[in-house]
Structures are given as structure tokens and as C-alpha cells.
Design a protein around this ligand. Structure first.
Ligand code: SAM
Length: 272
């Protein structure tokens, strides 16, 4: 991809994540995921931690609460306003920095831990992003990721939206591939030791029923808002997507609207 093509793609991705209000998803739907990542990575006082694709700080803020010195980085600085407000409410201070996961503006071996909660998976060129995660971690430093799996609920939600979305740019890889064990092993290779890959489920209890899930995502989740924007005015397609998203959520309903969303928890250490 040319430099200007790449810059244009980043601009479009940034605009997409700034749609809706992503911080509502992080704080109301999946707040436990950031805490889980911080706990499993044993983040603690004195560590210098980078959260990649941090959004409004779902993992970065708990990392700061654990006593670490944290940089929250993201392609979409529009999300930092909510992050700063939440951090202030919780009495912690961290640094917020605009950064593309595929070209991080940090030195080699700068961080004791590099984490990303359902974040780096959305950078379109997976190997470039994986290389950057490894580069900025100290030798022996922790790399910890939470990635939605292709077969889990959010992976299936992206598959459901795909026929309604504009085609992805050439070479861009689908985000849920980061939830596939073999893909992650091949991205990190032997540069990461003690690699552990575990499938877990996020317990979701925010929605009373499938329609409430769909309407919440349609209002607040950038990628879903963007797909509906792409079919604006096409009432047949809107009705089809409305139905398909509600059906998917109903299939995953465990009763009373509760759901489990599968993710891959990745932990390891930078070799060397
Ligand atoms: C689902 S949100 C996750 C945010 C946060 N980590 C959380 O757990 O709530 C995905 C994030 O990835 C960011 N993102 C997408 N592409 C990116 C890229 N190339 N570099 C850095 N961040 C990116 C988006 O701006 C968005 O904040």
C-alpha cells in the first residue's frame, strides 16, 4: 500500500472508532476485561506499562490503579477525553498518547509490560503490529493481549456485518484472526517465550434482551455505527441487518439477556 493510501486508511479507521461513544462499551459492557488483563499480567508498582489501542483506558486505568506508570496509546485520540475523565474520577494519573500500533512512537525495549485489550487486533496489518509490540517490550518483559476469537460472539458479529460493509482495503487482515492460536504463534514466533494461550469468556449482563444489545451497539460501537452509515437509506438492508444482529444475540442468550463472549488471552515474555 502506498504511503498516502495507508494514511487515508488510518484516517478512516480513526473516524470509525470516533463514531458513537466507544467508552460506553468499555465502561458498561466489558469493564472486567481490562482488569482481567492487568491481573494476569501481574502489573504492579514501579512497572512502566504501555497499553496499545487503549481506547478510553479499559486496561490502562486498572494498570495505573495497580501502581504502574502507564502510557495509554491509541489511533483515536477522541477517546482520550472520556479516558481522562474516568481516570480523574478514579484518582489515577496516566499519560495519553496518539499512536498507530503499526508504528509505535516509542524506543526499543522501553516497557516492562506491553498490553492490549481487544485493541491491537484492530490494526489491519497484523505482522507490523506484532513486531511493534515485541520491539518496545524489554527483554524478559511481559506481553499480554485479549483478542476476540473468530467463533466467539464478537467474531460472529463482525462476520454478520461483513456483507453490509464496504470491502476492506487490499492486504488488510480481519481482526478476529488475532483470536486464532496458530495465527498468534506465527505472528510472535520465537521472539516471545513462555507463550500461553487460553480461551476464556467475558460474562456480559448489560442487556435485557437481544434487541437491547443490537440497539446499544448500533448507537455506541463505532464499527457497527459505520456499517449502518454505509447502508443509510436502504431500508431493506437496514431491516436485514437489524434482524441478523438480533438473531445472533438471541442465539447467544443464556437466559435473561446474559451472554458469554469468547476471547483468547495471550501472555508471554519478550525473548532475550
Ligand atoms: C474495541 S476498542 C478497545 C479499546 C480498549 N482497549 C478497551 O479494552 O476498551 C479498539 C481500539 O483500537 C483502536 N485502534 C484501531 N486501529 C488502531 C491502530 N492501527 N493503532 C492503534 N489503535 C488502533 C481504536 O481506536 C479503538 O480504541
Amino acid at each position: 500500500m502506498t504511503e498516502s493510501g495507508s494514511a487515508d486508511l488510518k484516517r478512516r479507521h480513526r473516524a470509525m472508532w470516533a463514531l458513537g461513544d466507544y467508552s460506553s462499551i468499555a465502561t458498561e459492557v466489558i469493564p472486567g476485561l481490562g482488569r482481567r488483563l492487568v491481573e494476569v499480567c501481574r502489573i504492579g508498582p514501579g512497572q512502566r506499562v504501555l497499553d496499545v489501542a487503549a481506547g478510553s483506558g479499559n486496561a490502562a486505568i486498572p494498570a495505573a490503579e495497580a501502581g504502574a506508570n502507564v502510557v495509554a496509546s491509541d489511533l483515536t485520540p477522541e477517546l482520550f477525553e472520556a479516558g481522562r475523565r474516568i481516570a480523574a474520577e478514579r484518582g489515577v494519573d496516566l499519560q495519553w498518547q496518539e499512536a498507530d500500533a503499526e508504528a509505535l512512537p516509542f524506543s526499543d525495549a522501553e516497557f516492562d509490560a506491553v498490553i492490549s485489550c481487544v485493541g491491537v487486533m484492530f490494526a489491519p496489518f497484523h505482522q507490523a503490529a506484532a513486531d511493534e509490540l515485541v520491539r518496545v517490550a524489554k527483554p524478559g518483559g511481559t506481553i499480554g493481549l485479549i483478542n476476540w476469537t473468530p467463533s466467539g460472539f464478537i467474531g460472529q458479529m463482525f462476520a454478520t456485518m461483513k456483507p453490509f460493509a464496504p470491502p476492506p482495503p487490499p492486504g488488510a487482515q480481519p481482526p478476529p484472526l488475532w483470536g486464532d492460536e496458530a495465527h498468534v504463534r506465527s505472528l510472535l514466533g520465537d521472539r516471545v517465550t513462555d507463550l500461553e494461550l487460553r480461551r476464556e469468556n467475558a460474562a456480559i449482563d448489560r442487556f435485557a434482551d437481544a434487541a437491547e444489545f443490537r440497539d446499544f451497539f448500533k448507537t455506541y460501537y463505532g464499527p457497527t455505527v459505520a456499517v449502518y452509515k454505509a447502508i443509510a437509506g436502504q431500508s431493506d438492508k437496514i431491516a436485514q441487518l437489524d434482524r441478523a444482529l438480533a438473531e445472533l444475540a438471541a442465539e447467544h442468550d443464556l437466559g435473561d439477556g446474559r451472554m458469554e463472549w469468547e476471547y483468547l488471552l495471550v501472555t508471554g515474555r519478550r525473548a532475550g
